[in-house]
Structures are given as C-alpha cells and as structure tokens.
Design a protein around this ligand. Structure first.
Ligand code: MF3
Ligand code: CO
Length: 256
C-alpha cells in the first residue's frame, strides 16, 4: 500500500532530509586520505544527535543481523551497506556515504559517492554517470509517469555509458518508515509492480551502478555488498516528493 503524504507531512520530511543533506555535506568534507570509516560514522552520529534527530539505520534488522552503525560507508568494489571500521581511506578510493535519520517521526535517506584525493579517470566517469542516472530518474518522477519511467531513465543513463545496474537492491517509498511501498528498481523488468506516480508520494531513488558485471555477493558480516568481479561501484540517492509542480528533491542542498 502506497501512503500519500500531506503538505504538512512533506514539510516534516523535508526537515528530516535537510538534516541528512547537511550531515552528508560535512561527511563529504571530512573524507580525506588517512581518515577511518569508523571516524566518519562517529561524526555522523554526533551531528545527528546535535541536530535533534536519531540514526535511521542503527539497529535496523530486516534479517538475522541488525545493522550495527549510523552510517554506511562503501569503498571501491563495495556497492552498499559497508560497515564502518578502522579501515583508513587512501588516495584513489571512491567512498559511498549512505545516511538516514528519523526526525519528528519521519525518515530522511540519501547517499553520495565521493573521491579520496585524486582518482582514476574511469572512477571519475563512474561517479559522474551514477549521479547523472539519479537525476535522470528524478526528472521522470512526474505526476502521471510510472515507476518504470524512473527505472528506465536510470537504466538508460547507466547502460548507455557502458556500465551495469545493480538489480538485487532497489529504491523505495519513504515516510514514517524507512522502507515503504512502492519499490523503485533501477531497471525495467516485465511484470514489475508499476504504479502511476501521484501527488504526495515520497520516494527514495538510489541507483547503484557497477563498472563491470551487475552481480554481487554479500560478505560474511551479513551486510556489505560487493561486486562479483571486484570492479568499482557507485551509489547516489535522494529522497524526493511527487508534486503537481514536478519532483521536489527533499534531500538536496545547493551545489551538490
Ligand atoms: N539507503 C539504504 C536503504 O534505503 C540504506 C539502508 S542501510 C540499513 O536501504 F542498514 F538501514 F539497511
Ligand atoms: Co534508501
């Protein structure tokens, strides 16, 4: 069941997502060679409480292992759900930062992938294309479009550049829960649930795009998804609302 949000509810979701966006800005600025992924997690958690919110991911338990941290940090061939640790970032790494909060009962969720120091041209291109895929999807988040229009735009952008789309994870509705209906896949599949987009829907659109094959495996920690071929992966995410005036990006700060 898809829960439509009132303007008042969307205003609260905007607040939750602005907290996410501001913290992601600070985290991106803190990404430097020598910083550990665990330090980024502690920064995320401190800032979350300082802004009067609480972490959305910590303790989240969709299967037998609860997610143990506030932030997901996915380096290089890690696609999503990398668990912060003592790992030190080094020049040339690409780092996915995926972060969510709960604020006044509503969830915010967004992600971006950032370079550490100077990165290779192919890594640079993967980041650029994945971000472009997100924005191409957002562009199709219009009243009267369907979920498949978003999915198609993301897929075309990624595959048109020679990259592959991760099919084992999808975006999602968002609101008083982190994950609500509908699913927002990043590729089109015959027979997929394909609702028409309506005013008041709130969606997290989150392409995960691989340099090589789309297949993945999950590490023994029960969470970290890595590319099957060990090649790079990138992830960008925004929470958006469908409005009569077009998509409203709830988690965007200027110049990101
Ligand atoms: N953006 C991801 C998602 O919406 C983050 C989830 S991490 C988790 O699925 F730990 F909460 F699962
Ligand atoms: Co999400």
């Amino acid at each position: 069941m898809i829960l439509l949000k009132s303007p008042e509810e969307l205003a609260l979701m905007h607040k939750a997502n602005m907290i996410v966006a501001e913290i992601l800005e600070e985290l991106a600025a803190a990404v430097k060679p020598g910083v550990t992924t665990g330090e980024l997690d502690r920064l995320a958690e401190d800032l979350t409480y300082r802004k009067g919110a609480r972490p959305a991911f910590k303790g989240y338990k969709p299967h037998d292992v609860a997610y143990p941290k506030t932030l997901c940090v996915s380096v290089n061939e890690e696609i999503v759900h990398g668990i912060p640790s003592g790992r030190r970032l080094k020049p040339g790494d690409i780092v996915g930062l995926d972060f969510g909060v709960v604020y006044q009962g509503f969830y915010g969720d967004a992600a971006r992938t950032v370079p550490v120091g100077k990165i290779s041209d192919r890594a640079e291109r993967l980041l650029r294309v994945t971000r472009a895929a997100l924005y191409a999807g957002i562009e199709r988040a219009q009243v009267g479009d369907r979920i498949s229009d978003i999915a198609h735009a993301v897929q075309q952008t990624a595959e048109g550049a020679g990259f592959s789309v991760v099919t084992d994870f999808a975006g999602h509705g968002i609101g008083r829960s982190l994950h609500e209906d509908p699913q927002v896949p990043n590729y089109v599949r015959r027979g997929m649930p394909n609702p028409r987009l309506q005013e008041g829907m709130a969606l997290a659109i989150e392409p995960m795009i691989n340099e090589g094959v789309s297949e993945l495996r999950i590490l023994d920690d029960g969470w970290t998804a890595v590319t099957a071929d060990g090649k790079l992966s990138a992830h960008f995410e925004h929470s958006i609302a469908i409005t009569a005036r077009g998509p409203w990006i709830l988690s965007e700060v200027a110049n990101v």
